[in-house]
Design a protein. Structure first.
Lengths: 845, 165, 422
C-alpha cells in the first residue's frame, strides 16, 4: 500500500495511499466528485471535464523547501488559477479539495449543459433511464431550461448494431471513450474505435464479425449513458422494475460473480424471468467483468426445450409419469443393482448435488465416476493455490506459468486476470503447441509437440534439479534451449508462482501426467502452501473441482466401465451426445436413469428421465478453480415439475433407506462440512460474508462505475489446500505416455476448447448463434497437401470408428500432422486420436 | 494488394521507426494505398492492419480523423480551395464561388465526368498568395497560388488533358 | 529592414538550398564545431543564454526546455514541428523550401545537445513535396558524412526522418503531434508529464518549431551575446512575421522582435489597399484576440511582453490585417468554422461549445439573430474558458470574446437589422 497521504475534501479529512487520484480519495471520504470519462479500472484521460474541482496545495517556502504554516499551525494553502480535473490529479500531502463552491457548481452545470446540447431527449424510452449518470448529474447540477436551439442539434443514427450483440445509439453517446478504452486497455481487443473528429466523432467497428470480442457486454455496463445496450436487454425492462439476485456463472471454472436482474413478465404468465445478467463485484474473482458467454448464454436455462416432468419408458417409449412413480421405480432398480450401480456426474452441478449423489452411491455400495477429460483435482486439493490467493495482488514478485491452455477460450476471465498481472510486472511463461492470445504478454514462450505437455514441464524441472528424468527424443533440443533455462529460472526464483494447466490437446491420461508434473514442479520449487502459489486446473466445467472434492474421479476407460454395470445414474452429463460410441455401452447396462435439463442423446436412451432445475431456479454452491466456494441464489421460480438435483437424489435415497437433506441446501453443506475434511470450516454463512471492496464502483450515483452491482451477498470462501494446512504432500513420479506427434502415424486429432461451442448450455441461447460455428476442424495446409484442399472445404473424418462431416479450416500457424478438433462440436474426441480425412466437397466461394 | 506491390517502399517506411513501433507507419502506408487507388478501401485497411499488427478498426479510425484520407471515390482530382480567414480576406470566397459557377457544380460536388471534385478547405499556409488551391490526386498534392478564375480553369483543362492521355 | 537575413538567408544567397552553396556560406560549421569541440550541455547553455524563445506560438524559452530532458530515461528524441497549420502562418514553409539546410543543421545541433540519435520532422500532409526534398537533402547530408553513423569520427550518430501528417490542425499541438506520430488519433495528451520527460514512445523528447530550430546554428556560430543584441531585452533575436489579410504586400518579413505593428504593416507591408482604414489586427493567426488597430496599438512593439498590453498575444506572429470594410461578425464566422472543423472532439467544452458557438454565429452572420444571441455567444465562450484539455478550445474563444467586447457596434448593427425587419 505504501505511504499514506492526508488531505481534506469538502471539509472531510481522509487518508489514502500515495498515488491515489483525487476522485477516488473523495469517494473514500464519502464525497462524490462526478465523473463521466473516468473509470476506476482504467487510466484517467481527463476528457469529459466533469470532475473539475478547486484544488489547493500547501505553499512551499522556496528558500527552505518547507511547507509554510499559518499561526495556528495549519498549512498555508494556495489555490490554482483554474479548476483542475480531479480524475487526473494525484493526491499530495495537505491538499485541500473543494467541490461545493459556486465556481465548481457552475462548471458542472456548464459541462452538463454542453453534453445536453447534443443529447437526445429520449430518456422515457432509454434503457439506461433510472441508472444513467447523465440523468443523475442533470438532476443534481443541470439547469432547468435549454438555451440551445433544438433545430441545431446534431443528429446521428440511433440503432446501430456494432455486432448482433451490442447496439449503439450514436446520439446518446457522450464521447467519454470508456468503451473504446475498455476494449483497448483492459481486454486488448481494439475492435471499436472513434471515427471522425469534433462533434462528428462516432464509435465504429470494422471487425468481422462486428465488435468481435468475448468481453463486449462489459462496455454496456460501463457506458455512463444509454448509448450502448445489449440486444438481449434493449427495450427489455426499466432498471427500477427489476430485482437483483446474486448468482455465480456456471460456464467455466473462474466462477464469475453475477447479478441476475429478474422481473415478472406477462408473456411468462406473470412469472419472474431473468431480464439480464450483470457482473457482481468480486475483486478476487472477476473484479467487475464477465465474458459474453456468461452474460448471454444463460438463456439455456429458460429454453422452451427444457424437461418439465419425469419420463418413464413404457412399451419402449418415454412417457410422462408422476414423480412418485418415477422415484419408486428408480429406487427399486437401484437397490437391486447395488454394487452394480454406476453414478456418473459432471462438474456442471453444485457441491450439494454431487454430495448427495455420492452419498447415495456409497450407501448402495455402488461406484461413482466423474464425467471429465481432465485429471488432477486431487493434486489441486493438495497443492492448489493457497487460501488468500488473489490475482489482483500479483505483480513483479510473481511468475505465472500457463501450460496446455488456450486460456481465453477455456476461461476468458482467467486470461484477463493473467494479462493484468503480467501488465503489473508478473512474469508470464506460456507453453502451448501453437500461438494463443496469452502469448502477447509472455516473458517466455515455450513450444512443444501436442501430447508432450508433461514432458515440457519435466524439461523445466530437469533444468532445476540434479536428478534428471529421461525425456523422449523430441525433447532433447527443447530441454537444452535457453528459453527453457530462463523460464525455469524465473519460475524457481519468483517469490510467488502459480501454474494454470488447461486442456489444449490433452486427454484424461495425458492430463493426469501433466497435472502431476506441474504439482512436482511447484513442490520442488517451494511454491505450495501459501497464498498466491500453487496449482490451478482450468477445468471444462464450473464445478469440476467441487466434484473432485466430493469424491468423484474420472474413470480410466469410461466406456468399458459403463458397459460393465447393470444400472446407471447419470446426472448433468451427455456421453451419448458427445460420442456415439457410448450408445451401445449405455444400452447394455439394463437400467438407465438420466437427471437432466434437456432430453439429451443420453436421456433418449434412459428408462427414467428426471427433470432437474437450472441454476437460476435454485440455490447451491460451486467450487471454482482457485477452490473458492461460492454461493448462488434462487432467482426465478421452478419450471413446472422440475426439482433440484440434490433434492431428487435425496428423495431416491429416502426410498432406499438413507436420510439425506432434500429441502435446504445449507443443511447439505452442513453435512459436507461434517464429512469432507477439506470443507470442515465451510458454511453458508462464511461463503455469504462480504467486506468492503476497493475500488468502490458505485451504481446510480454521481461517481458512476457501471451498472455492476455491489456485492452484498457473498465473496465466497477459499479452501486451504493440504499443503497450507501443513499436511505432507508427496512427489510422485510422472509417467510419460508414448506420444505420437504425427509423422509416420499420419494425422492425429487433438481436442481443443473454444468458448462458443455447441454444448447444451450454449446452443439454446439463440443470441449467440451467429458466433457459434458449424462443426469444424483446423489443419495445417502442408499436412493435407495431397488433398489439395482450400480453406472452408467440407471433409469427412473417420475418428474412433465414427464418420463425421465437418468444415476444414487451414491454418499455417499450427503444427503439422495434427488436426485440431474443438470439443463439444459434435465430433467425438476425448484425447489425441488417429484420424483419417477425406474430401467431401471443395468449398464454394 | 499493396503489401506485394509496394514491398520495397513499405520496407523503407517501416525502417524509419523503431521495430516495436511499427504502428507509426500507419499514416505513410495509408498514403501509399490512397496513391494506388485514389481512396482507401476497406481491403487496404485490413491489409495495413496486418502489416502493422493493429486492428482494422484502429486503421479506420485514422482514416476518419485526418482530412487528407478518403474512404470514398470522388473525382479523379480534388481541387481544394482555401477559403479560411486570411485567404477570404483576399477574395477566396468570391474566387471559389466563380470557379464553381464555371465548372457547373457546388462545393463538395464532382463534375459529371467524374474528373473534378471541388472542396473548400482550411488554411494551407499560403495566405500571402491567395486566392490559392491545392490539387489532390493519386499523384500527390500540388499548390497553385496567386490564382484567378481563368488561370484556375486553365489548370483544370491541363489536368483534364493529362487524365485523358 | 535588417541588413542581413538570419533565417530567410535564401533571399540574399541564391541556391542556398544546395548543400554546396550552404556549406560555402559557413553551413555545418556550427554543427561540426559543436560535435567535435563542445560538450552537449555547452550547446544547451549557449542556447539558454541567447534567450531564444519558441517560435511555434507559446514562446517558451528553448534552452530551458532542453534542460528538462530526463537523463535517466533513454533514448531521447528530437521532433521538429513543421505542422504549420495556424491560419495566417506560412513562415516555416518558406524556411524549409528556401533554407532547408540551416533548419536541418538546427535539428542536428538540438539532437546533439540532448544526445538524441533519432530526430523526426513532422510535416503537415500538404507539405509532401517539401518532405520529399527534405528526404533528398537528408540523403545528401548522409552521403557527406554530416549525418549518419559516427559523425566527424566521434561517437555521435544521428539519423533524421520525415513524417507526414494528413490534415489536422491540432497535430501542431505538441502532444497531439506525438500521438499522431505514434499512429494514433491526433488528440492531445494529458499534461503533465510534458514531452521532455514523456514524449515520443514515452521517451524524453524535445519538440521545437521549425523557425526556432533554424535560429540555433547562428547562436552556436556567433554566440549568445551577438544574438541578444537583436530584438528586445526579453524577446531576443529575429522573428519572421507572416503578414496577411488586407495589406498591399502580404508575405514573410524577418525583423527583430520588438518591431512595431506600424512598421510591419505600413512600411514593409505597404499599407492598406484601396485607401481603406485599418480596423483590427490579429497577431497570432485565427487564435488571436482582435486588437483594435488604434494609434497606440500600431505603435506597440511586437514582442512577447508588449503585445499583451493591447489585449492579445504575439503567438506565432501571424499578423492578419482587417480593414474597415470587414464586419467583425464575419471574422468570427470564419474563425469558428475553422475551429469547429479542427476540434478533435476529445474534451467536452471544446467539442460541444465550439459546435454551439458556430451555430450561433451562423445565425448572426445570416441576420437571423437577435442581440440576446450575441450575448449567448459571449456566454458560451466564457463557459468554455479555462475548462479545456488543450489550448485549441481556449484559442477558439479569443476572437469571440474580444470581438464582441471591442467591436460591439458591428454586432449591434447585425442585431438591429433583424429587429427592424421583424
Ligand atoms: C492548437 C495548437 C496548434 C499548434 N500548432 C502549432 C504549429 O502548427 N506549429 C508549431 O510549431 N507549433 C504549434 N503549436 C505549439 C506547439 O504545441 C508547441 O508549443 C511548439 O511546437 C513548441 O515549439 P517551440 O517552443 O519551438 O515553439 C500549437 C499549439 C496548439 C495548442
Ligand atoms: S458509447 Fe458510451 S462508453 Fe462509449 S464513448 Fe459513448 S458514452 Fe462513452
Ligand atoms: S475529465 Fe475527469 S472524469 Fe472526465
Amino acid at each position: 500500500m505504501g505511504q499514506l497521504i492526508s488531505l481534506e475534501i469538502d471539509g472531510n479529512k481522509v487518508q489514502v495511499p500515495a498515488g491515489t487520484l483525487v476522485v477516488d480519495a473523495a469517494r473514500k471520504a464519502g464525497v462524490d466528485i462526478p465523473v463521466f470519462c473516468y473509470h476506476p479500472k482504467m487510466e484517467p484521460v481527463g476528457m469529459c471535464r466533469m470532475c473539475l474541482v478547486e484544488i489547493g496545495r500547501p505553499q512551499m517556502n522556496r528558500d527552505t523547501g518547507e511547507l509554510e504554516r499559518n499561526e495556528d499551525g495549519s498549512y498555508v494553502i494556495q489555490f490554482g488559477p483554474k479548476l483542475e480535473t480531479g480524475c487526473t490529479e494525484v493526491v499530495s500531502e495537505g491538499m485541500v479539495v473543494r467541490g461545493m463552491t459556486d465556481e465548481v457548481s457552475r462548471a458542472r452545470k456548464d459541462i452538463i449543459e454542453f453534453l445536453l446540447t447534443s443529447h437526445p431527449l429520449d430518456c422515457p424510452v432509454c434503457d439506461k433511464g433510472g441508472e444513467c449518470s447523465l440523468q443523475n448529474l442533470t438532476m443534481e447540477f443541470g439547469s432547468g431550461d435549454g438555451r440551445f436551439l433544438y433545430d441545431e442539434k446534431k443528429h446521428f443514427s440511433k440503432h446501430v448494431p456494432l455486432g448482433e450483440l451490442i447496439y449503439l445509439d450514436r446520439e446518446r453517446c457522450i464521447q467519454c471513450g470508456r468503451c473504446v478504452r475498455f476494449q483497448d486497455e483492459i481486454v486488448d481487443d481494439a475492435v471499436i474505435g472513434f471515427e471522425g473528429r469534433g462533434r462528428s466523432l462516432k464509435i465504429v467497428t470494422y471487425s468481422e464479425p462486428g465488435f468481435d470480442s468475448y468481453y463486449s457486454g462489459n462496455t454496456t455496463d460501463i457506458c455512463p449513458v444509454g448509448a450502448l445496450t445489449t440486444s438481449d436487454f434493449r427495450f427489455g425492462a426499466r432498471p427500477w422494475e427489476m430485482k437483483a439476485v446474486a448468482s455465480v456463472c456456471t460456464h467455466c471454472p473462474v466462477g464469475c460473480n453475477l447479478t441476475l436482474n429478474v422481473r415478472r413478465e406477462n408473456k411468462s404468465g406473470g412469472d419472474f424471468v431473468v431480464k439480464r445478467v450483470l457482473p457482481r463485484q468480486n475483486e478476487a474473482v472477476n473484479e467487475i467483468w464477465i465474458c459474453d458467454k456468461g452474460r448471454f448464454a444463460h438463456h439455456y436455462a429458460s429454453s422452451e426445450d427444457r424437461l418439465t416432468q419425469p419420463l418413464v419408458r413404457v412399451d419402449g417409449e418415454l412417457t410422462p409419469a408422476s414423480w412418485d412413480e418415477a422415484l419408486e421405480l428408480v429406487a427399486k432398480r437401484f437397490k437391486e443393482a447395488g454394487s452394480d450401480l454406476l453414478t456418473l456426474a459432471s462438474g456442471r452441478i453444485s457441491n450439494e448435488d454431487l454430495f448427495n449423489l455420492r452419498s447415495l452411491s456409497d450407501h448402495l455400495g455402488g461406484s461413482t465416476a466423474l464425467y471429465s477429460e481432465m485429471a488432477g483435482g486431487d493434486l489441486v486439493a493438495q497443492v492448489g493455490v493457497g487460501q488468500g490467493s488473489n490475482f489482483s495482488n500479483l505483480g513483479p514478485e510473481t511468475t505465472i506459468f500457463v501450460v496446455a491452455s488456450n486460456l481465453e477460450e477455456e476461461a476468458p476471465l482467467y486470461w484477463l486476470r493473467v494479462k493484468q498481472a503480467a501488465e503489473r510486472g508478473a512474469k508470464l511463461i506460456v507453453a502451448n503447441p501453437r500461438h494463443t492470445k496469452t502469448e502477447r504478454l509472455a516473458s517466455h514462450v515455450l513450444r512443444y509437440p501436442y501430447g508432450g505437455e508433461a514432458a515440457l514441464v519435466l524439461a523445466l524441472t530437469n533444468s532445476l534439479s540434479t536428478k534428471r528424468i529421461d525425456l523422449p527424443n523430441e525433447f532433447r533440443e527443447i530441454e537444452r534451449s535457453r528459453e527453457i533455462q530462463a523460464a525455469a529460472k524465473d519460475f524457481a526464483e519468483a517469490d510467488n508462482a502459480i501454474i494454470l494447466f488447461g486442456n489444449e490437446g490433452t486427454g484424461l491420461q495425458t492430463s493426469r501426467h501433466l497435472a502431476q508434473a506441474c504439482a512436482n514442479l511447484l513442490i520442488i520449487t517451494g511454491h505450495t502452501g501459501k497464498a498466491n502459489n500453487g496449482l490451478i486446473a482450468v477445468w471444462q466445467r464450473a464445478n469440476t473441482q467441487g466434484a473432485w472434492d466430493m469424491g468423484f474421479r474420472p474413470a480410466a476407460d469410461l466406456i468399458e466401465t459403463v458397459r460393465s454395470k447393470q444400472a446407471l445414474y447419470i446426472a448433468a452429463a451427455d456421453p451419448a451426445g458427445d460420442d456415439p460410441n457410448f450408445v451401445e455401452a449405455i444400452k447394455t447396462t439394463g437400467f438407465i436413469v438420466v437427471q437432466e435439463l434437456f432430453l439429451t442423446e443420453t436421456a433418449k436412451l434412459a428408462d427414467v428421465v428426471l427433470p432437474a432445475q437450472a441454476f437460476i431456479e435454485r440455490e447451491g454452491t460451486l467450487t471454482n478453480g482457485e477452490r473458492r466456494v461460492q454461493r448462488f441464489y434462487t432467482a426465478v421460480p421452478e419450471r413446472l415439475q422440475t426439482r433440484p438435483d440434490y433434492s431428487i437424489t435425496a428423495q431416491i435415497s429416502q426410498l432406499v433407506g438413507l436420510e439425506l437433506e432434500d429441502k435446504h441446501p445449507f443443511r447439505v453443506m452442513e453435512q459436507i462440512a461434517a464429512q469432507i475434511p477439506d470443507y470442515s470450516d465451510v458454511s453458508y454463512e462464511k461463503v455469504s460474508a462480504v467486506v468492503e471492496q476497493w475500488p468502490i464502483i458505485g451504481r446510480s450515483d454521481l461517481y458512476y462505475g457501471g451498472t455492476t452491482y455491489e456485492n452484498s451477498q457473498g465473496l465466497g470462501y477459499q479452501l486451504q489446500p493440504a499443503a497450507q494446512k501443513g499436511q505432507p504432500v508427496s512427489l510422485e513420479a510422472v509417467q510419460l505416455e508414448e506420444f505420437d506427434s504425427g509423422g509416420e502415424a499420419g494425422l492425429v486429432a487433438v481436442p481443443v476448447t473454444v468458448l462458443y461451442d455447441r454444448g447444451q448450455m450454449v446452443i439454446p441461447a439463440d443470441l449467440l448463434h451467429q458466433r457459434i460455428p458449424e462443426p469444424y476442424v483446423v489443419v495445417h495446409p502442408e499436412s493435407i497437401a495431397h488433398l489439395g484442399l482450400i480453406d472452408g472445404a467440407h471433409v469427412r473424418l473417420d475418428i474412433s470408428g465414427i464418420e463425421v462431416d465437418v468444415v476444414a479450416h487451414l491454418d499455417e500457424t499450427i503444427p503439422q500432422d495434427v488436426l485440431l478438433v474443438p470439443r463439444s462440436m459434435g465430433i467425438p474426441i476425448h484425447g489425441p486420436t488417429p484420424v483419417e480425412i477425406a474430401v467431401v466437397e471443395q468449398a464454394v466461394t | 494488394m499493396i503489401a506485394e506491390k509496394y514491398a520495397a517502399e513499405i520496407e523503407i517506411i517501416l525502417a524509419k521507426y523503431p521495430p516495436d513501433q511499427k504502428r507509426s507507419a500507419v499514416m505513410a502506408l495509408l498514403y501509399l494505398a490512397q496513391r494506388d487507388g485514389g481512396y482507401v478501401t476497406k481491403g487496404d485497411m485490413v491489409e495495413i492492419s496486418e502489416i502493422l499488427g493493429i486492428t482494422p478498426t484502429e486503421v479506420a479510425s485514422i482514416v476518419g480523423f485526418y482530412t487528407l484520407y478518403h474512404d470514398q471515390p470522388e473525382g479523379v482530382i480534388r481541387i481544394q480551395v482555401c477559403n479560411d480567414l486570411p485567404c477570404a480576406l483576399r477574395g477566396a470566397d468570391e474566387f471559389l464561388e466563380k470557379l464553381c459557377e464555371n465548372l457547373g457544380i457546388q462545393v463538395g460536388e464532382t463534375t459529371p465526368d467524374g474528373l473534378v471534385t471541388i472542396e473548400a478547405v482550411m488554411c494551407l499556409a499560403a495566405c500571402d498568395k491567395a486566392p490559392m488551391f491545392q490539387v489532390q490526386s493519386a499523384d500527390g498534392l500540388s499548390y497553385y497560388e496567386d490564382q484567378t478564375v481563368s488561370s484556375a480553369l486553365e489548370v483544370v483543362e491541363t489536368l483534364r488533358k493529362q487524365d485523358a492521355s | 529592414m535588417m541588413n542581413e537575413f538570419i533565417l530567410l538567408r535564401h533571399r540574399q544567397i541564391p541556391d542556398l538550398d544546395q548543400l554546396e552553396v550552404y556549406r560555402q556560406h559557413g553551413g555545418f560549421e556550427a554543427f561540426q564545431n559543436a560535435v567535435t569541440a563542445m560538450n552537449p550541455n555547452d550547446v544547451t547553455q549557449e542556447v539558454k543564454a541567447s534567450g531564444l524563445r519558441g517560435r511555434g506560438g507559446a514562446g517558451f524559452p528553448t534552452g530551458l526546455k532542453w534542460t528538462f530532458i530526463d537523463n535517466e530515461n533513454w533514448p531521447h528524441y528530437v521532433v521538429a514541428n513543421a505542422d504549420e497549420s495556424e491560419p495566417g502562418t506560412f513562415k516555416d514553409r518558406e524556411i524549409m523550401e528556401g533554407n532547408p539546410f540551416q533548419f536541418l543543421e538546427g535539428v542536428a545541433l538540438t539532437a546533439y545537445a540532448i544526445q538524441a540519435t533519432e530526430a523526426y520532422i513532422y510535416l503537415r500532409g500538404e507539405f509532401w513535396q517539401i518532405a520529399a526534398s527534405l528526404d533528398q537533402q537528408i540523403e545528401e547530408l548522409e552521403a557527406a558524412g554530416l549525418l549518419g553513423e559516427k559523425i566527424f569520427d566521434t561517437d555521435f550518430s544521428l539519423r533524421i526522418f520525415t513524417h507526414l501528417g494528413a490534415g489536422a490542425y491540432l497535430c501542431g499541438e505538441e502532444t497531439a503531434l506525438l500521438e499522431s506520430m505514434e499512429g494514433k488519433l491526433g488528440q492531445p495528451r494529458l499534461r503533465p508529464p510534458f514531452p521532455p520527460s514523456y514524449g515520443l514512445y514515452g521517451k524524453p523528447t524535445v519538440v521545437n518549431n521549425v523557425e526556432t530550430l533554424t535560429n540555433v546554428p547562428y547562436i552556436i556560430t556567433r554566440g549568445a551575446d551577438w544574438y541578444t543584441s537583436i530584438g528586445t531585452e526579453k524577446s531576443t533575436g529575429p522573428k519572421i512575421f507572416s503578414l496577411s489579410g488586407r495589406v498591399n504586400k502580404p508575405g514573410n518579413y524577418e525583423l527583430p522582435l520588438g518591431t512595431t505593428f506600424r512598421e510591419l504593416i505600413f512600411e514593409h507591408g505597404g499599407g492598406i489597399p484601396d485607401g481603406r482604414e485599418i480596423k483590427a489586427i490579429m497577431a497570432a493567426g485565427a487564435s488571436s484576440s482582435l486588437i483594435i488597430a488604434n494609434e497606440e496599438a500600431l505603435d506597440t512593439p511586437m514582442d512577447y511582453e508588449s503585445v499583451p498590453n493591447v489585449g492579445a498575444d504575439l503567438g506565432s506572429a501571424s499578423v492578419i490585417v482587417i480593414d474597415d470594410t470587414v464586419s467583425i461578425d464575419w471574422v468570427l464566422y470564419k474563425t469558428l468554422h475553422f475551429f469547429s472543423h479542427e476540434s478533435c472532439g476529445k474534451c467536452t467544452p471544446c467539442r460541444e461549445g465550439i459546435y454551439w458557438m458556430r451555430h450561433i454565429i451562423d445565425r448572426i452572420h445570416q441576420d437571423e439573430a437577435s442581440w440576446s444571441d450575441v450575448e449567448l455567444l459571449n456566454e458560451v465562450a466564457y463557459q468554455i474558458k479555462g475548462k479545456c484539455l488543450c489550448a485549441l478550445g481556449e484559442f477558439a474563444i479569443e476572437a469571440v470574446t474580444s470581438g464582441i467586447e471591442r467591436f460591439e457596434s458591428d454586432f449591434r448593427a447585425k442585431a438591429a437589422e433583424i429587429s427592424s425587419e421583424g
